[in-house]
Design a protein around this ligand. Structure first.
Ligand code: NDP
Length: 295
């Protein structure tokens, strides 16, 4: 393997240690424990697993987490009502509404109803708008792209003037990722399902962020030698040697890419651990903002 391995577990542990320390300082100096409220609507097992792992991480770092579980047939008024109640509760610092919501609910309206200062997922349109604008800074940056930026920073990658290609333009990963890279002075190209010469763009890229959800789509021969590759994708690939019949792979074919890239994240163990770590960082920041406001 020629590429440097970017170890998300090690870097996430560093972020967690910083948060644990910040939480301890807040408790010692102000007697305050940061609190994250999670809102789960319905019984999707994957969503329930994600919420549980976020709550577990809160416990590990000294953050209080309060879980709210609403039935799948909850109305828009009920879900927004709970969010408003959490907005008004001064002990709640961060509100996390687990997505996707059941289809009958208006996700945008629910996200809009979250208090800007408690928007620890960073999906509120005002936070996204600030991310997009020159000279403005959001209170919170969406966790997965924030985690990718931290991986790049910890790897010592120079973004100023670099050609960065983001594969994917979703609201939660691709789009905010592109805006963050642009804020860091990279020259950014966003590729998506309608892009004509995706490989042509990839071959020019010093930094590649893959967030398409297509197993091993990016192969080594598509990359510029020495490129830094951050693989956000989490895909199931059939593997009869595994007990569950599949293994997890990224959007990048790791085996061929590692021979060409300068540095690369593995899947699992790359971006995945960073997402929850950044949520914890955002929750601590929300508590710091609330304290400052109180004076
Ligand atoms: P979405 O499905 O919302 O978006 C996928 C994007 O990829 C779209 O913009 C789509 O284009 C583009 N795309 C799809 N197929 C192609 C193709 N063949 N060529 C070029 N572009 C393509 O996915 P998400 O952004 O939510 O997630 C992306 C991946 O990241 C998934 O594997 C997901 O599981 C993973 N993920 C991992 C996280 C982590 O913590 N590690 C967190 C969140 C997601 P178009 O807009 O034209 O449809």
């Amino acid at each position: 393997m020629s590429a440097q391995l970017i170890d998300g577990k090690v870097i996430a542990a560093k972020v967690q240690a910083e948060v644990r320390q910040g939480v301890a300082v807040m408790l010692a100096e102000y007697g305050v424990v940061p609190e994250l409220a999670t809102v789960l609507v319905g019984d999707d097992p994957a969503s329930a697993t994600y919420v549980r792992s976020k709550q577990r991480m809160c416990e590990e770092l000294g953050i209080r987490s309060i879980g709210h579980h609403l039935p799948a047939d909850s109305t828009q008024v009920e879900v927004e009502g709970l969010v408003r109640q959490l907005n008004a509760d001064p002990t709640v610092n961060g509100i996390l509404v687990q997505l996707p919501l059941p289809k009958h609910l208006n996700e945008e309206a629910v996200l809009n109803s979250i208090d800007l200062e408690k928007d620890v997922d960073g999906f509120h349109p005002v936070n996204i708008g600030r991310l997009a604008m020159k000279g403005r800074n959001p209170l919170f940056v969406p966790c997965t792209p924030a985690g990718c930026m931290r991986l790049l920073q910890e790897t010592g990658v120079t973004l100023r003037g670099a050609n960065a290609v983001v594969l994917g333009r979703s609201n939660i990963v691709g789009l905010p990722m592109a805006m963050l890279l642009q804020k860091a002075d990279a020259t950014v190209t966003i590729c998506h399902s309608r892009t004509k010469d995706l490989v042509g763009f990839l071959r020019q890229a010093d930094v590649v962020i893959a967030a398409v959800g297509r197993a091993e789509m990016v192969t080594g021969d598509m990359l510029k030698p020495g490129a830094v590759v951050i693989d956000v994708g989490i895909n199931q690939k059939a593997d009869p040697t595994k007990k569950r019949g599949f293994r997890l792979v990224g959007d990048v074919d790791f085996e061929s890419a590692k021979e060409v890239a300068g540095a690369i994240t593995p899947v699992p163990g790359g971006v995945g651990p960073m997402t929850i770590a950044m949520l914890m960082e955002n929750t601590l920041r929300a508590a710091q903002i609330a304290l400052k406001k109180k004076g």
